[in-house]
Design a binder for this molecule. Structure first.
Ligand code: PFF
Length: 452
């Protein structure tokens, strides 16, 4: 019944989407989108590989100088355009071809979901295995990880992620995405605090905290700066039309600057807490903090095994990761769903089913490439999983962000008014959108293209 009510009427040809978040609901959903595997899984191992504290400072600088201005830009574009990236770009630029640039973001979100959901599925598996104690039956966690990723189990866990997120998305903005975030984000906070108390009372806590927070600038390279910027983008969900699409559901009276600050603070706080959980744990149990992407799935189970009530803390930790990953998946799926609803006049349920099926067709081989049957099928040295991660994170995402800065900085004249900012703040924001952000984005781009 509710599907019928939400059918094509949620997108009005002239006014755009008519669905809306409540003020608090939007902030929680946007924090839910930004807080994810990026902060806990990617942020900690990249910080570990770049020497710790100094890299964290760089990450904060990138978040403040580039990330927050671009986030504000995406929200303003979405709210003024009242639609997905394609329609908002062409409406605000006054040129239809800008829609093609917006389409890059829609495709990026679609592609990111195919591999992000693989890892999200792993977190569910690890949560269940940890709580049941099965995870700790062997002490060779690399072998456990290899056996799991080579089996067919990841396929089923990924399907579970698709089903959970599909149901929430089909329910709509206020009774789906907003409601889900309102329930799970406070839960996430509680689990974070429990984990934090546990890890800060470990024997190696002081050493871990020192590694994470004491800046040793000798460890930094130019590459670290670019990595910090890319991570800030990924972490704030920028360049994929996700914040832009959520922005389309924000009421006009809501302050975009307050929302930007809240999301930035939430994302940073989560990254800080993630570091304060991971590094004391790795130092206490003698695990190298720079052991790479396997840090969370291989190293931490070893640490949990050595802790009293480790299965419980391990279970809580992986549940935390799973919740954070699912709220991020919601934002990723909403991008193509919003596009289909507007473009073809589909109802929300139909658009969701269509997107989920299309995504899954690609997500299945991607999962098989992440340690499974297709992992050795490579093209130019990378398998399908690695290619998707590489192309989206390093090419499509910076490109999507760059288009937003150009649109806001040089093409769309109403950006300042949409944000409601005035005076010095407005000038600083526009300066960043016109010069600082695009130049830094182009630098990342040139680096990944191998030109610098
Ligand atoms: N910000 C998420 C994370 O840090 O894990 C990743 C992400 C989620 C990117 C949603 C884009 C998005 F639309």
């Amino acid at each position: 019944m509710s599907n019928k009510q939400e059918s094509p009427s949620t997108v009005d040809k002239k006014a755009g989407t008519t669905e809306r978040f409540s003020s608090a609901g939007f902030i929680l959903a946007a924090i839910g989108s930004s807080v994810g595997l990026g902060n806990m899984w990617k942020f900690t191992y990249v910080t570990g590989q770049n020497g710790g504290g100094a890299f964290f400072l760089l990450f904060i600088a990138c978040l403040l100088i580039v990330g927050l201005p671009v986030l504000m830009g995406e929200l303003a574009v979405g709210r003024a355009g009242r639609g997905d990236a394609v329609i908002s770009f062409s409406k605000l630029s006054g040129k239809k071809w800008w829609g093609a640039l917006g389409f890059v973001s829609v495709v990026a979100a679609f592609l990111v979901m195919t591999f992000y959901s693989t890892i999200a599925g792993w977190t569910l598996h690890y949560a269940v295995q940890s709580i049941s104690g099965a995870l700790f039956e062997s002490t060779d966690y690399q072998a456990v990880y290899d056996t799991f990723t080579a089996s067919t189990a990841p396929i089923w866990w990924q399907i579970a992620i698709f089903i959970i997120t599909g149901i929430v998305i089909a329910k709509g903005i206020s009774s789906g995405i907003e409601k889900f975030n309102k329930i799970v984000i406070p839960g996430l906070l509680i689990i974070l605090v429990i984990m934090l108390v546990r890890t800060l009372t470990l024997d190696g806590a002081a050493e871990g905290i020192r590694y994470f927070l004491y800046p040793d600038f000798s460890q930094l390279t130019f590459t670290s700066a670019l990595e910090a910027l890319g991570l800030a983008f990924f972490s704030l969900s920028l360049g994929m039309g996700a914040m832009l699409t959520y922005g389309a559901y924000v009421e006009k009276h809501q302050s975009l600057s307050a929302a930007t600050l809240a999301v930035g603070a939430g994302d940073l706080a989560y990254a800080l807490i993630a570091g304060l959980i991971i590094f004391p744990t790795t130092f206490t149990f003698g695990i190298a903090p720079n052991s790479g992407p396997g840090l969370v799935f291989v190293a931490l189970p070893a640490a949990f095994a050595a802790m009293p009530f480790g299965n419980l803390f391990g279970g809580l930790f992986f549940i935390l990761l799973a919740i954070a990953a699912i709220t991020s998946c919601l934002a990723l799926i909403e991008v193509p769903v919003a596009y289909l609803m507007r473009k073809y006049g589909h109802g929300r349920t139909k658009a969701t089913v269509f997107v989920m099926i299309a995504m899954y067709v690609l997500a299945l081989p991607v999962t098989l490439a992440a340690g499974g049957a297709l992992s050795d099928v490579t093209f130019a040295g990378r398998n399908l999983f690695d290619w998707l991660d590489f192309v989206t994170s390093n090419i499509m995402l910076p490109l999507g962000g760059l288009f937003v800065t150009i649109l806001v900085g040089f093409v769309w004249k109403g950006a300042g008014e949409e944000t409601g900012m005035k005076g010095w703040w407005l000038k600083a924001w526009l300066f960043s959108m016109r010069y600082i952000a695009p130049i830094l984005i182009v630098l990342i781009f040139l680096k990944y293209a191998g030109i610098i």
